[in-house]
Ligand binder design. Structure first.
Ligand code: TYC
Length: 101
């Protein structure tokens, strides 16, 4: 009869990798009305009036503003959805994504 192996074995560690995150960025332009930008930020990103106003003003003054951070798929889908909202009204409003870190 074979002996049972009682030696200690190193435990296999299961590593839970975090998915890389992507910044979703609002870009300024000269044509989209400020209140439309605020409306889009409130409806698509569930921001309060104050949060949306702050993000819109930062993009307006600095040229761009990070809206939020998501996984790649969510960031790209939301950027497309928000950009489409502007296009549907004839505005050049644009959102882009950028890998974090
Ligand atoms: N700059 C635009 C204007 O003066 C407003 C605006 C702000 C547009 C932020 C886009 O991401 C933006 N009407």
């Amino acid at each position: 009869m074979s002996d049972v192996d009682t030696r200690l074995k190193p435990k296999a560690k299961t590593k839970t990798e975090r998915p890389p995150l992507y910044k979703l960025i609002l870009l300024n332009d000269d044509y989209t009305p400020r209140d439309f930008v605020v409306t889009v930020l409130k409806s698509i990103f569930r921001m309060s009036e104050g949060e949306a106003m702050g993000v819109m003003l930062t993009a307006h003054q600095q040229g761009a503003c990070v809206v939020a951070v998501f996984t790649k798929e969510v960031a790209e889908a939301k950027a497309q959805q928000a950009t489409d909202a502007g296009q549907s009204q004839g505005y050049p409003l644009a959102f882009t994504t950028e890998k974090e870190g």
